[in-house]
Write a protein that binds this ligand. Structure first.
Ligand SMILES: Nc1ncnc2c1ncn2[C@@H]1O[C@H](COP(=O)(O)OP(=O)(O)O)[C@@H](O)[C@H]1O
Ligand code: SF4
Ligand SMILES: [Mg+2]
Length: 359
């Protein structure tokens, strides 16, 4: 592998589809295949941090796992650092994995309780850089120190650490083999608010220090704002909007992005009082019975406002450039931008791109 030119994406995903089989409620019902990720294409440049947001069940985790080939996609192509990883034989894929790591959502269940912290962090080193045990321990100790865990505690077990410390250990495990790319799947959502900002700031610092590229998955637009260069929004397995942070928060072109933004509290009490919330009717439909046409049409406030145009449920909108700097999959994105009934909002404030999370 020679590596791509600097202007090439580190990750290039084309028409990715991830499928699962659903079991019927009754024994007599046949299981059916459904798309958890439905034809998603996006690129991430070296050193970039892309935030991926959407309600629970929208396919964010399935997407994150598939791009690391932890779940095999049903269709689509994934190029990492210039190599097509969807076609790689198992041995070469294992070698590639060194460069692509994941930090999982739940620091309580993602660490093996029977292994010491030194073993947990040393494990990927052992897999990818076979070396004497002493060297592996030294690497594990150095990585623990980088993430703020006292290496003298490397013979302790996960249950002897707090939630925040365990997530630091999870980050150390991902960092130990010095990857290029890390997927953080809701890495802070299981943590207390007070600890959350510390972990987010650790991720910011590590990115600067090691030139890491991130995919940051979250249902919380607030924390993503100060961590990301661009934001992608998923709904029912589809990428419905993507763009630079400023455009996504100030002039979003998709009614779903606008509803997510309107749910964010605003720090300024005056603006908070004026904030108008878009409450979506109903729940996210099941991907096993995805709506026709635009996947958002059963809950879209703009469609109601426009008198329910037939186009919304007849024709699937393509992701296309809006006048305001994002790409949105909505037939009426210009109307959406004009109708936007929200104030600009954030639940965090940036200080040198470090994050202060408000409860
Ligand atoms: N292993 C699995 N088997 C069957 N269905 C799954 C599996 N993992 C996820 N799903 C389903 O795929 C859809 C997307 O899930 P997921 O990717 O976890 O969404 P998110 O991370 O956005 O909450 C959901 O409907 C979920 O129930
Ligand atoms: S295409 Fe129609 S239903 Fe879909 S987001 Fe746009 S206005 Fe709403
Ligand atoms: Mg998830």
């Amino acid at each position: 592998m020679t590596g791509p030119a600097p202007s090439s994406p580190l990750l290039d995903v084309t028409n990715l589809v991830v499928q699962f089989r659903s079991r019927g409620k009754l024994l007599s019902e046949r299981s059916r295949t459904f798309n958890a990720v439905n034809d998603v294409s996006l690129q991430i440049m070296p050193g970039e941090s892309l935030g991926l947001v959407g309600e629970s069940g929208c396919g964010k985790t399935s997407f994150g796992r598939a791009i690391l080939m932890l779940n095999r996609p049903a269709a689509g192509k994934i190029h990492f650092d210039g190599t097509s990883i969807t076609d790689l034989p198992a041995e070469r894929l294992r070698t590639m994995r060194r460069h692509m790591q994941m930090v999982f959502q739940d620091p309580y269940s993602s660490l093996d309780p029977r292994m010491t912290v030194g073993q947990i962090v040393g494990e990927p080193v052992k897999t990818h850089e076979p070396a004497p045990l002493r060297t592996i321990r030294e690497k594990a100790a150095a990585t623990l120190e980088i993430v703020g865990i006292d290496p003298r505690r490397m013979d302790d077990y996960p249950h002897q650490f707090s939630g925040g410390q365990r997530q630091r250990i999870g980050i150390a495990r991902a960092l130990a083999v010095r990857p290029k790319f890390i997927v953080c799947d809701e890495a802070t959502s299981a943590l207390d608010v007070s600890v959350r900002a510390q972990i987010l700031n650790l991720l910011v610092d590590l990115r600067q220090r090691y030139g890491l590229t991130y995919l940051l998955i979250s249902h919380d637009l607030g924390s993503l704002r100060h961590m990301s260069d661009r934001i992608g929004v998923m709904y029912l397995g589809k990428l419905v909007e993507i763009g630079p942070v400023s455009a996504m928060y100030e002039t979003p072109g998709h009614p779903y992005t606008q509803s997510l933004l309107s749910a964010m509290p605003v720090p300024d009490p005056r603006l908070e009082r004026a904030r108008k919330r878009i409450v979506l009717s109903g729940d996210v439909p099941s991907p096993q019975a995805a709506p026709t046409g635009c996947c958002f049409h059963t809950r879209c406030w703009l469609r109601e406002h426009l008198g329910r145009p037939a186009r919304c449920h007849e024709q699937e909108p393509e992701l296309r450039a809006t006048m305001r700097g994002t790409k949105a999959a909505c037939h009426f994105s210009e109307e959406a931008a004009a109708q936007r009934p929200v104030t600009s909002s954030t639940d965090g404030v940036a200080t040198n791109r470090r994050v202060i999370v408000r409860s």
